[in-house]
Design a protein around this ligand. Structure first.
Ligand code: PLP
Length: 455
């Protein structure tokens, strides 16, 4: 990495010296890194997003200084092969030269004008061209905002209140979408403290991919359902690929009952092809949510669809939605530069091959170590589930989590940075190569043996 990539100045480094005991139960551990101790005192769990805390795998988070290509650099300068890749947002790898150059050029002009820019129009045009069924789009700042706003729009368009979502999916942290299945019928309960039952009273939470319960919920509530929101391929409970009939069934039911179908493509958009994943699967939604890749690793989100629906959004229509940072030059520039590289290079067949190599190698490595695993993969996104023969009292999920935790730390020791939770997907980027996959598999072979030993 060159000097420009060094994200922490000497002065900032000085500032990380611990000046008091951290909160959150980490005070006693003398081995804790100074930065993390201070972080715990100043930020809940020492992080700005929960999964980064390593709670799902144990241990303390890796303080990161930078990244280049497929590698992450920690604050001691040690390098790790990164499979988190900005939670799927960095499909070209860290600090891609084209994205960096575009940012450096653009940012000379400033970065947040809170006014229309030419770049926003170019990005909007590109999204309308590449994403099927999108005639108009609104840029926002995160996937959370995109999903929340798409649901509001669907409610306004249909004049209805109820929304169907699926338990394995994640659509960000808007109140109405933070749900778990309720006790009876198709009801929901909040999956977070602080979400009042009233906020989820109109959300119906079903098991992902369950066509029978989808038909059932329409039989019971069809005329009240504004929208069905779904990840066309799930990426938030590991990788979950729906059976062939599920999305067409959802499309058919939505058509029959006058409900809008929303595909949350925050992860899947531009991940498997230049455009949406719905097109690949042969199902066109009414609204699409985007994020991650379309911002090239900077904060962004978007929602779009047919003109007659999008024209309801303010200022054209009465659906209010706004944002200080929406369409800012930094995010739009990084997104455009990323999408331009993707369109020019069409790396998708390569990414799929790399994913296949990784899947095969993981399956073989686990079998050699005498472990049964299932690799779930769609293109360049994959996840790994341990299927031990003896499932203790904790049940399958807990045993998988404990095996995954051990595997994660064995891999980290060997310089491989996997998502610090078994529920998160691994992402390959165009900066990864066959040699990286070989390195990863070598480490995995050893890690599987260690995991097996511990049982
Ligand atoms: N939708 C999906 C499918 C996601 O995976 C995520 C985040 O991972 C979100 C929405 C929320 O996006 P953000 O974290 O940008 O708010």
């Amino acid at each position: 990495m060159d000097g420009e990539g060094d994200v922490m100045t000497e002065r900032q480094r000085e500032g990380i010296r611990v000046t008091g005991a951290p909160r959150g139960g980490v005070e006693e551990d003398a081995g804790l890194h100074d930065l993390y101790r201070k972080a715990c005192r100043l930020m809940p769990g020492g992080v700005n997003s929960p999964v980064r805390s390593f709670r799902a795998v144990g241990g303390t988070p890796l303080p990161v200084r930078g990244g280049h290509g497929p590698r992450l650099v920690d604050d001691t300068g040690a390098e790790y092969l990164d499979l988190v890749m900005g939670w799927g947002s960095l499909i070209l790898g860290h600090a891609h030269p084209e994205v960096r150059k575009a940012l450096q050029r653009a940012l000379r002009r400033g970065w947040n004008f809170g006014a229309l820019t030419g770049e926003e129009v170019v990005l909007a045009e590109l999204l309308c061209r590449a994403v099927s069924g999108v005639e108009m789009v609104r840029l926002v700042n995160s996937g959370t905002e995109a999903a929340m706003s798409a649901v509001r729009l669907a409610r306004a368009f249909t004049g209805r209140s109820k929304v169907v979502r699926f338990h394995a999916c994640y659509h960000g942290h808007a109140d109405a979408l933070l749900t778990a299945p309720g006790e009876d019928g198709f009801s929901s309960r909040p999956s977070s403290l602080g979400v009042p039952p009233g906020c989820v009273a109109d959300t119906l939470t079903l098991p992902y991919g369950d066509e029978a319960s989808l038909r059932g919920v329409f039989e019971a509530h069809g005329e009240e359902i504004a929208a069905v929101i779904v990840e066309p391929v799930g990426g938030n409970a590991g990788v979950v690929i729906p059976a062939a009939g599920f999305l067409p069934e959802a499309r058919g039911l939505c058509d029959r009952w006058g409900t809008l179908l929303i595909f949350d493509e925050v992860i899947t958009g531009f991940r498997f092809r230049f455009g949406d994943c719905g097109e690949m699967l042969g199902v066109r939604p009414d609204l699409v949510c985007l994020g991650k890749i379309i911002g090239g690793g900077l904060p962004i989100g978007a929602y779009g669809g047919r003109g007659e629906i999008m024209e309801l959004v303010a200022p054209l229509g009465g659906v209010y939605q706004a944002g200080t940072f929406s369409g800012n030059l930094a995010s739009v520039t990084a997104g455009l530069a990323t999408l331009e590289v993707l369109e020019e290079e069409n790396p998708y067949p390569f990414l799929d091959e790399l994913g296949s190599l990784l899947q095969k190698g993981l399956e073989e490595g686990a079998a050699e170590a005498g472990l049964e695993v299932k690799v779930h993969r769609f293109g360049s996104m994959l996840s790994l589930t341990f299927l031990p023969e003896a499932v203790g009292a904790g049940g399958k999920e807990q045993v998988n989590a404990s095996y995954y935790g051990n595997f994660f730390h064995e891999m980290l020791k060997r310089g491989i940075y996997l998502p610090p939770s078994p529920s998160e997907s691994w992402f390959l980027s165009t900066s990864h190569g066959e040699e990286d996959v070989r390195l990863l598999l070598e480490a995995a072979g050893e890690a599987f043996k260690e995991v097996r030993k511990r049982g």
